[in-house]
Design a protein around this ligand. Structure first.
Ligand code: SF4
Ligand code: SF4
Length: 373
């Protein structure tokens, strides 16, 4: 049993000591040590059954192992054994935390959204993010049921243990990493060098290699550190290999915490640099299309989502004329959920949106046509 874990004040306040048991497991650590990479389901499922008492612990673990054999048996004994090791390591890594009678922690949760967020985001969406939605008065909600869009930009989820870091000298400015990012977290910009005035010290830039925008133009590839999910797709797709270091590319994953503060400032500076006029951009190549601002950003899709890069691309190509008619499924959950919604950020006329209809496909198609008539 461990004590003295740095529990935030709020979690102490909502609990009375003795009325519950508190367990912790570092699932990422178990996954890494047992070679499971980012796959956490076996580990967390084991942890749940090991402490919940829903089934006797030994019976639950035997059942989990039996299921592993059935599911992964065709992939060979090594895969089965690796999963068995993850189960055993998960059980060994769970520890109980002794909850002291008094709340002495000085650690507080940061605000759910920053102070500079719009009033509705602070007073309604922020309260919902803070699990305080039941206390928001009905009068605070819009009478017609519409919600502001583009609000995911305020919800900094800080999910990633590692984020991509750009090697400006190796990069060929192909834009593939920007294209594949499911969350519009990594972006590139070509801009007049005069906009570099006042850049933070750690802000990276090089001369633009775009032939249409060369003389006097700078180029930056920037990551939003608190919005990245750490999925690594951007690194996987990068075509440039560092000939001096095996395994390194023009973009590489590095631990997020030491980079977070500086990169958040760099991101803010980057976003204030004006986008190129979209009339000057021929979007028929990957690198050029990714100069267009995405109007679908920081969605709550799973890390590595295979759908959202396409939704994002449609929003880049068609801009604020995009309307997406959607039935239910994943696309509802990442595209039109609460408290924050990803479509429409940075959109002047706020027309881009995902409209929802949980009906049969045929009606969905008719519904999708309606906004154009
Ligand atoms: S790690 Fe994933 S979410 Fe983060 S920037 Fe790369 S592709 Fe986007
Ligand atoms: S994929 Fe690699 S080379 Fe291409 S823009 Fe991204 S970091 Fe640069």
């Amino acid at each position: 049993m461990k004590s003295g874990i740095n529990c935030r004040r709020k979690c102490r306040r909502i609990s009375s000591p003795g009325s519950f048991k508190f367990y912790v497991i570092n699932g990422y650590d178990v996954a890494e040590k047992t070679g499971m990479g980012g796959r956490m389901n076996t580990i967390m499922q084991t942890a749940f059954f090991a402490i919940s008492g829903i089934l006797p612990k030994e019976a639950a673990i035997a059942e989990i192992k039996h299921t592993i054999e059935k599911t992964y048996g065709k992939r060979g004994e090594a895969v089965v054994q690796k999963n068995f090791e993850a189960v055993d390591a998960a059980v060994a890594a769970i520890y109980e935390v002794k909850v002291p009678a008094e709340a002495t922690s000085k650690t507080r949760r940061r605000l759910p959204v920053p102070n500079e967020a719009p009033e509705f985001v602070r007073e309604v969406l922020g309260e919902i993010i803070n699990s305080n939605g039941d206390n928001v008065p009905v009068s605070a909600f819009p009478v017609d049921g519409t919600f502001p869009t583009g609000t995911t930009q305020w919800e900094k989820r800080n999910l990633a243990l590692e984020i991509p870091v750009w090697d400006a000298d190796l990069c060929i400015q192909c834009g593939k990493c920007v294209m594949i990012c499911p969350h519009a977290v990594i972006r590139h910009k070509v801009y007049d060098e005069k906009h570099l005035a006042g850049a933070p010290e750690t802000f990276k830039h090089v001369k633009s290699k775009f032939k249409e925008f060369s003389n006097g133009y700078a180029y930056t590839l920037q990551v939003a550190p608190e919005d990245c999910t750490g999925c690594t797709l951007c690194v996987e797709i990068c075509p440039v290999k560092d000939k001096t270091a095996v395994g390194r590319k023009a973009i590489n994953m590095e631990p997020q915490p030491p980079l977070r503060e500086a990169e958040a400032k760099n991101w803010d500076f980057f976003m204030k640099i004006p986008d190129l006029d979209r009339k000057l951009i021929n979007p028929s190549t990957v690198k050029n299309s990714q100069l267009l601002r995405p109007l679908f950003e920081f969605s709550g899709a799973c890390a590595g989502c295979g759908e959202t890069p396409y939704v994002k691309l449609v929003s880049q190509l068609f801009g604020d004329r995009t309307v997406i008619a959607n039935a239910t499924g994943c696309s509802s959950i990442y595209g039109g959920n609460l408290p924050t919604t990803p479509p429409g950020a940075g959109c002047q006329r706020a027309r881009t949106g995902v409209v929802e209809l949980a009906v049969r496909r045929q009606r969905r198609v008719r519904f999708g046509h309606a906004p154009h008539h």
